[in-house]
Design a protein around this ligand. Structure first.
Ligand SMILES: Nc1ncnc2c1ncn2[C@@H]1O[C@H](COP(=O)(O)OP(=O)(O)O)[C@@H](O)[C@H]1O
Ligand SMILES: [Mg+2]
Length: 385
């Protein structure tokens, strides 16, 4: 019954003259165009209010709400519906006025049934075209947005790597100098200087800040040593197991349930294992942060001819819609200052572009998130060596 209420109707025929309407409906029905019937403008609007209707064939001359007013109301409330007007013989101005008000076309009475059937199918074609145009426009818009995102992230990547390099040198100097000052303060002749404790506290603060800045520059530069980074045949399942081993403590501390959806026993791909491990660590780190105590993280590996697909899904807090476009930006973090750097996903994105991989995310607040990583399996489509 519910389905019945919500179905969409292809065609409604509106005319106050019952005989005429029934005759036209019968003849259209013989051509496979079975219309719903309405005996007034209001009855037609009532139908449209409940169900989407593609095409309305509308008599201009009706008592009560006239055809022209009905047309205007239809176009205002249901702009996607196409309206064919039926005007009295010799009253062309009604038809022209109708077209101005948004009608698809008009026919004069008495109506040639073949002509009306043709017009109706033209209106259906128009609706199909319009729908296709809309889908294409939406697709183009999505594509353009993705390209802007990718370009923006690439530019940000270059910029932040440059900054990280530049910051590393002064950071090393600050670190050395602070270390030197600590040593001086520890020497016997400094034991009784005034405000020594305050100086030590100050140096401790400098050290904490250096550690944080270090963490950021290391993440930005990707702390894989150059000689470690190289492509080879890698068993992605083995790599996943190794990575889970590294995060064992965090998983245990939070009593997290790790679910492995049965995947292949081994899955060889041509890639850089150190970089992929970094991707896995960053994504699992976030999933661990997102779930509550005793939450669940589900890992699924799926092989296709050309790709391997890895889903990391958690039942944690989820990501608000307004943040979804920002999570890959450098320094975007919703976590407290001491906990988040906002670089994990940025680095993930950077590594995956280098490895010719992809990442997608789906998330619902309060339900959880799923990050899907795809990597090419074969050397030919894999990362450049
Ligand atoms: N699995 C997840 N569940 C909920 N939010 C997430 C998840 N992964 C990432 N996020 C959001 O994306 C932000 C950026 O993540 P990331 O770049 O790793 O930085 P950080 O973890 O340091 O905050 C996080 O602060 C969080 O808001
Ligand atoms: Mg993170």
């Amino acid at each position: 019954m519910k389905e019945e209420e919500n179905r969409s109707y292809p065609l409604v025929l509106v005319d106050d003259e019952d005989n005429f309407r029934n005759a036209i409906a019968r003849r259209l029905g013989k051509r496979g165009l079975v219309p719903l019937q309405a005996s007034s403008g209001q009855a037609c609007l009532d139908i449209l209010g409940l169900n989407p209707v593609a095409v309305v064939v509308l008599d201009v001359k009706m008592p009560g709400m006239g055809g022209m007013d009905t047309l205007k109301a239809i176009k205002q409330r249901h702009p996607g519906t196409q309206v064919i007007m039926l005007t009295g013989a010799g009253v062309i101005c009604d038809g022209v006025e109708g077209i101005k008000a948004g009608a698809f076309d008009y026919l004069t009475k008495p109506v040639e049934i073949e002509h009306l059937a043709n017009k109706i199918s033209q209106a259906f074609d128009m609706i199909r075209l319009e729908a296709e145009r809309k889908t294409q426009a939406r697709y183009r818009e999505k594509l353009e947005k993705k390209m802007i995102d990718t370009e923006r992230l690439a530019a940000l990547g270059t910029l932040s790597t440059g900054i990280a390099h530049e910051i590393n040198n002064p950071l090393a100097v600050i670190n050395e100098s602070a270390g030197f000052m600590s040593q001086v303060l520890a020497s016997p002749e400094m034991q009784s200087i005034p405000r020594r404790d305050a100086l030590i506290k100050g140096l401790e603060k400098i050290d904490t800040s250096i550690q944080r800045a270090r963490k950021i520059t290391l993440q930005l530069l990707g702390h894989v040593k150059k000689q470690e980074s190289a492509c080879s045949q890698v068993d992605i399942i083995q790599l996943l197991n190794d990575t889970l081993g590294l995060l064992e403590k965090e998983i245990r501390d939070k009593d997290i349930r790790m679910v492995r959806e049965t995947g292949p026993a081994a899955c060889m791909i041509w890639t850089d294992p150190y970089q992929v491990r970094q991707v896995l660590i960053n994504l699992l780190d976030n999933a661990i942060d997102a779930v509550k105590e005793r939450g669940t993280i589900t890992l699924t590996v799926l092989e296709t001819e050309d790709d391997v697909r890895l889903d990391i899904e958690d039942d944690g807090m989820g990501i608000p819609e307004k943040n979804l476009g920002k999570i890959f930006d450098p320094f975007f973090s919703s976590k407290p200052f001491e906990e988040g750097t906002g670089l994990g996903l940025f680095v993930v994105h950077k590594i995956l572009s280098k490895l010719n991989g992809k990442i997608d995310v789906q998330s619902r607040v309060g339900k959880g998130s799923c990050f899907r990583v795809s990597l090419p399996r074969h050397e030919s489509s894999g990362p450049d060596k």
